[in-house]
Design a protein around this ligand. Structure first.
Ligand SMILES: [Zn+2]
Length: 284
């Protein structure tokens, strides 16, 4: 189970969120057999997406995040809802690079240069879309930049995913955002605060989000939310997609290859349809 803890600090001038996502990253490894580098890249994107989803106002609101860079990992796609159910995948789960000059997984190399796009479905007809350039590829800076540019919301983030022997042993993030009428001093204090969390994956590994709160923020009371990796694909969803494709096209595919196989990118579940199943879809 993942967790998000949220509170206001510095006389309610700064919002603080602490995210623990170790189990969520392990679920992603299980589904996608990601290399440590791919896990870190997908994991950081999922942690940032969970934070964004935690700011959605209404039940049923959803968002999807696409990190489209030219690095070895290819595109990263994450989708998340207001209940903090997250799912995602990376185009190249086998991405590998040498460690960077700090001896860390080279997430910036895995992401490359390109754009981040966020689409929010908030029950209105048109979804809200925002986009910004990838400025570093390490992702924390990129999502902060997105917030500054696209939402005029000063934001600082630390995101981290630690993998050992193909198991995620610590993953999480710390996000701070200014509230309206925030003082210069509170902003400076918050900027200093986030520096404590550059090794957030190690802090999650050793302390957990709960331990971070006890160590650094014990005078505040936090709201606690559960988060988990869960795919929302279903027979109904796949069926509606197939019906939209049309019977003739589906039967052509079956003539050619014998059956229709659809694999869900998010959870690797395979949906198989033969001729009989296709006839049934169209009520025959
Ligand atoms: Zn699925």
């Amino acid at each position: 189970m993942g967790k998000i803890y949220k509170t206001l600090i510095y006389d309610n001038q700064i919002s603080l969120s602490i995210i623990e996502a170790t189990d969520i990253c392990n679920k992603a490894i299980q589904f996608h057999k990601t290399t440590p580098l791919a896990t870190a890249t997908l994991g950081r994107t999922m942690i940032a997406s969970l934070f964004m989803a935690s700011t959605l106002k209404n039940k049923g609101d959803r968002l999807s995040v696409t990190v489209a860079g030219d690095g070895v990992g290819g595109k990263v796609i994450v989708s998340c809802d207001s209940n903090l159910k997250v799912r995602g995948y990376i185009e190249n789960p086998n991405a590998m690079l040498p460690l960077n000059d700090k001896g860390k997984l080279d997430v910036a190399g895995c992401v490359g240069k390109g754009r981040i796009t966020i689409v929010r479905n908030m029950g209105m007809k048109e979804p809200y879309t925002g986009s910004s350039q990838i400025v570093s590829g390490e992702l924390a800076e990129d999502f902060s930049y997105y917030y500054a540019l696209s939402e005029q919301q000063p934001t600082a983030m630390a995101l981290g995913v630690k993998v050992q022997n193909d198991i995620c042993i610590g993953a999480g993030g710390v996000v701070i955002q200014t509230m309206p009428f925030c003082s210069e001093k509170a902003i400076a204090d918050a900027e200093n605060l986030i520096k404590n969390f550059q090794d957030i994956s190690e802090k999650i590994r050793t302390l957990g989000a709960k331990g971070i709160i006890e160590t650094y923020f014990n005078k505040y009371s936090f709201n606690e939310y559960d988060a988990k990796y869960e795919c929302i694909c279903s027979d109904d969803y796949i069926t509606s997609m197939l019906i939209a494709i049309g019977k003739t096209e589906l039967l052509n595919i079956i003539d050619e290859v014998g059956k229709i196989e659809i694999k869900c990118e998010y959870c690797d579940k395979v949906y198989t349809y033969d001729k009989q199943a296709v006839d049934k879809l169209f009520g025959e």
